[in-house]
Design a protein around this ligand. Structure first.
Ligand SMILES: NCC(=O)CCC(=O)O
Ligand SMILES: [Zn+2]
Ligand SMILES: [Zn+2]
Length: 342
């Protein structure tokens, strides 16, 4: 049917626009994305233990393993070949006596994190290495800081020890340190330490500013063998309703000089992510899709409730919409393949 011009008063008046005209073609649907998921925004978590030959499956985290230093190169070679750009390291001390009051083993030069930094820097020179920095993995009491006699956190000593660990990771070659303790003053202390060691100009500090407590860290604790003792919340995490607290924490870390910030968990906290993108608009915001979120999607897919690839894309696009620029995700290996297929 050929279109013939109509006079103004003959036009239907009720329709202003037809939205479907904007997304009825597969390519148009792509064009609706303000931003695309790309390989370079993915950061893959790696669990490195002090058992040098370990390669252990973690049942609650499908497809994710914990590695000893001797197994790392082989595993990483395949991922780097597929385009992996960045990892975040978590050290897992399993040896008897590896934990004490001040987390001595956190920055042991022979310990798994420092050994892994050196190995990865040498074997994969283009890989960007981030280190999670916290004491809780390495303290006998399981808290994220150094304690007074009465068991309360000694803020001063905690931030000094946390900063020392961060600086030692940077000295070993970490490109980025990511303190996850949430204790006031640690970003400033880390920055001062990096300046003192001439490393401030090449070390990125990415703070876990908005880290919420909740039910989504279970599989991580299996991977890191860090079940909290005596029902005490080890980390000083925000209550899930605490949007205002998160905004204050974001502002605090920004003021202390952080270079990037992490919102964790991700899917249930997209409002906080969007707050972060607004409050910290000049620095990258990173979404941490945590272990419980990962395990939930796997479980739902196994039940046939969802299609895994499709729901993972959907959830990760949510982070981009909310304003995240980086994503820490256990699905990184899958994305390295999926993004080639698309
Ligand atoms: N600092 C890292 C965590 O506490 C947990 C992350 C996860 O559950 O994947
Ligand atoms: Zn901690
Ligand atoms: Zn922690």
């Amino acid at each position: 049917m050929v279109h013939t011009a109509r006079f103004l008063d003959e036009r239907p008046t009720e329709i202003a626009s037809i939205l479907a005209g904007g997304y009825n073609h597969p390519l148009l649907r792509e064009w609706q994305n303000e931003r695309q998921l790309t390989k370079n925004m993915f950061i893959f978590p790696l669990f490195i233990s002090d058992q040098d030959d370990e390669e252990t499956v973690i049942p609650s985290l499908p497809n994710i393993k914990r590695f000893g230093i001797n197994k790392l190169k082989n595993y990483m070679t395949g991922l780097v070949a597929k385009g992996l750009r960045s990892v975040i390291l978590f050290g897992v001390p399993l040896k008897a006596g590896a934990k004490d009051n001040v987390a001595t083993s956190a920055d042991d030069p022979e310990g798994p994190v420092i050994q892994a930094i050196k190995l990865l820097r040498k074997e994969f020179p283009d890989l960007y290495i981030i280190c999670d920095v916290c004491l809780c993995e390495y303290t006998s009491h399981g808290h994220c800081g150094v304690l007074y006699e009465d068991g309360t956190i000694n803020r001063e000593k905690s931030v000094q020890r946390i900063a020392a660990v961060a600086v030692n990771y940077a000295i070993a070659g970490a490109h980025c340190v990511a303190p996850s303790d949430m204790i006031d003053g640690r970003i400033r202390e880390i920055k001062l330490g990096l300046i003192e060691h001439g490393l401030a100009h090449k070390t990125f500090v990415m703070s876990y500013s908005a880290k919420f407590s909740g039910n989504l860290y279970g599989p991580f604790r299996d991977a890191a063998c860090s079940q909290p003792g005596q029902g005490d919340r080890k980390c000083y995490q925000l209550p899930s309703g605490g949007r205002g607290l998160a905004r204050r924490a974001l502002k605090r870390d920004l003021q202390e000089g952080t270079d990037g910030i992490i919102v964790k968990p991700s899917t249930f906290y997209l409002d906080v992510m969007s707050d972060a993108a607004e409050i910290c608009r000049d620095i990258p915001v990173c979404a941490y899709h945590v272990s419980g979120e990962y395990a939930m999607l796997h479980a739902a897919a196994e039940k046939g409730v969802v299609d895994l690839k499709s729901i993972v894309f959907e959830s990760h696009y949510g982070f981009l919409r909310a304003g995240a620029r980086l994503i820490i995700s256990y699905f990184t290996p899958e994305f390295l393949e999926w993004l080639d297929e698309n």
